[in-house]
Every structure is written in C-alpha cells, then in structure tokens.
Unconditional design. Structure first.
Length: 237
C-alpha cells in the first residue's frame, strides 16, 4: 500500500512501484549489506577498462568529497542513483529537504534505513517536484547512467528550478568522453568470479563536461575538486 508525504510542498509517494521485482537490480551494482568476508566488485567496461567499485565507502559515513558536495546545496535536493544513501543522509543532516532516488530496491531500503527518504524509480520516469529542485546530484560516476550523458543531463536539467544547479562527478582531465557497455564482476580472492548482466554506461572527463553540458542545454557554472575527485556544477544555459 502506498502513502504520500509532503516535504515542503514536494509530494513524495512511498511504496513499491509496480513492475520492479523486489530482488532486482537492473544496473547490476552491488548495494546489499556487506558480508563478513567481503568480495571485491569491479565495473568492467567493454573498452577494456576495469574499475574497482568502492562498495565499502558507499556503505560508510560521508567522506570529505561527499561533504563538500552537500555543503554546496542550499535548498531541496534530489540525489539521483543514491545507492545506500550516505549523501542523501548528509544533505538531511544539514537541514535540507532531500530525496534519494535509485532503481534498486535494496539501495532504497538501505537509504531509508539511514532515516532519510528514498524512492525506487528510474531517473527517466516521472519524479516528484520536477522543475522545482534547487539541486540535482549525479555523484559516484552516475553521469554514466543510461550510457548517454547528453540525454541524462537534459533530463536532469528538467528536474531543477530555473535558478537551480546540477552537480556531477566527472573523471579527471584526459578521460574524454566514452559511451558503451559495462558489467559488474564480483568475487573473492581464489574463488570463481561472477559476472552480472551488461548495461549501457558512459564516462565523461573534466575536459569534456562543458561540451556535453552545452549539448544538453546547460553550462558549467563552476568546477571543483576534492583530492583526486573532480566535480562540475551545471546551470541552465
């Protein structure tokens, strides 16, 4: 049974949307509770790149980079691809209206377990407060969602208010723009690795974000970094 709550005028329907099996995670990203003997998870790109997924970090408290993103938010914020919800919680702890959104039922459950609000929904599906969010966030590589950064940024631009901003985490300079497929590879040392289903993914380097944003009707309002991680704040053109 669904219920609806209001967050400063942002109506959020709580409950499981039809059509998504409770145990399904179409993106393939591991978000469930970590067992005592933790396996490693890799995001393998079809161009040969293989990135170790920082699953332990996602399940921990907000790290300095995440806190630096949260500190830039000054109004209602939607965290897209929220995972286990550490950023959504960091926003709420600052007294902001915050909504986590993820396609994974387990991610939503874990985010709600942190005492914050999360909704199970595809980013391209209808979302609460469209056109009224002060900020939308694509952190932890989520600019890759769907494999088409221009389409994704255009969609996110429709979520924010006229004076709102979209904050995205990008690759360090030199990464360029890559679009293709990826899959998650999981396993423990000495054991057989398990391969997840392939899905569309993308990478956007710091030097490529301006032209990608421009194609989506956005502009780069600011760039910042925290340690080795790079971010861009986008606004409507």
């Amino acid at each position: 049974m669904n219920a609806t709550i209001s967050l400063d005028g942002f109506d959020v329907a709580l409950g499981r949307p039809d059509g998504w099996p409770a145990d399904s995670d179409p993106g393939g990203t591991p978000v469930g509770p970590l067992p005592a003997a933790r396996p490693e998870h890799w995001l393998v790109h079809t161009d040969g790149r293989r990135d170790l997924l920082p699953v332990r970090r996602w399940h921990g408290p907000p790290e300095p980079a995440v806190e630096s993103v949260a500190a830039r938010c000054t109004g209602p914020t939607i965290d897209l691809g929220c995972g286990p919800g550490r950023l959504t919680r960091a926003l709420a702890q600052r007294g902001l209206v915050a909504l986590g959104v993820d396609i994974s039922a387990e991610a939503v459950r874990l985010t709600q377990g942190r005492g914050v609000i999360a909704l199970r929904r595809d980013v391209f599906a209808p979302l609460p407060g469209e056109g009224r969010w002060a900020h939308a966030l694509l952190i932890d590589g989520n600019i890759g969602i769907g494999g088409d950064p221009v389409r994704l940024l255009r969609r996110c631009g429709a979520l924010i208010a006229a004076d709102g901003t979209l904050m995205v985490e990008v690759e360090p300079p030199g990464a360029g723009l890559w679009r293709g497929q990826a899959y998650v590879l999981s396993g423990r040392s000495g054991e057989r690795e398990l391969r997840g289903s392939a899905f569309r993914w993308a990478r956007v380097g710091a030097e490529a974000v301006a032209r990608t944003a421009d194609a989506a009707g956005l502009r780069v309002a600011d760039r910042f970094r925290c340690g080795p991680r790079w971010f861009a704040e986008l606004a409507r053109a």
